[in-house]
Design a protein around this ligand. Sequence first.
Ligand code: NAP
Ligand code: GCO
Length: 264
Amino acid sequence: MEKMFSLKGKVALVTGASYGIGFAIAKAFANAGATIVFNDIKQEYVDKGLSAYEKEGIKAHGYVCDVTDENAVSEYIAKVEKEVGVVDILVNNAGIIKRIPMCEMSAQEFRQVIDVDLNAPFIMSKAVIPSMIKKGGGKIINICSMMSELGRETVSAYAAAKGGLKMLTKNIASEYGEYNIQCNGIGPGYIATPQTAPLRERQADGSRHPFDSFIIAKTPAARWGNPEDLAGPAVFLASEASNFVNGHILYVDGGILAYIGKQP
Ligand code: NAP
Ligand code: GCO
């Protein structure tokens, strides 16, 4: 069992992993034996990330790279292959959200979200797949969302991107499965990170944000998830234990998608 879940000798690249979900996943991979590579858009964030890994006793390799920039990604991957090694595990984690009612959203704002949340996983994946094929296999994990399945007010671009990411996941699995590449998704439920902080802000009278109460009522586990809740599922999808799991989205949501909700 220990060997089956071990990532010893593997190079794992997690995008946008200076903090939040990406950081928790990378930390879990390091604890399972992998060498960690991550990137962020600014040196300042990479430096913060590096000291956060160091505090955990992890020697990570941090790079500046905007994952939406195809040329920058090619240079990034070439550098990683030279300085660290071929990427065995890629996690497409970097993501943004814009909460704007659809009819008030500009096409440019919509495109920005699609660019980071959908185009970038395509760009990153195609940059690592050729070397994975040469090496005999690899793992790609796309961080999807509840919004890969559900819609809600104000998140049209995010839902369109994450729904698309679910299908990109299935397509990569279909197209490269024969090369021993497994591409799966993780669909986190509502996780307490900076991205969702505005939805958990206390009200002026100290009470919970209505969205916060709504999520607790809608989640059978009756709580928000923590980034660490994604550690086990991510290690599973990155390890030999999942070698015949391909094109699957593993929802880690405390049961939200199984539940119709409490009767009012
Ligand atoms: P977060 O706290 O906002 O972290 C996202 C990371 O992505 C940040 O480090 C951010 O960098 C980086 N990033 C954004 N644009 C980038 C770009 N163009 N190039 C490189 N890095 C970039 O978000 P999170 O909550 O940890 O979410 C991580 C992933 O999980 C996202 O894909 C998100 O959509 C998904 N997700 C989150 C939840 C949730 O409830 N939190 C649920 C389901 C899915 P800077 O901040 O430094 O700009
Ligand atoms: C929102 C949230 C979500 C989550 C997550 C759910 O405004 O509804 O930010 O979209 O971040 O992706 O799985």
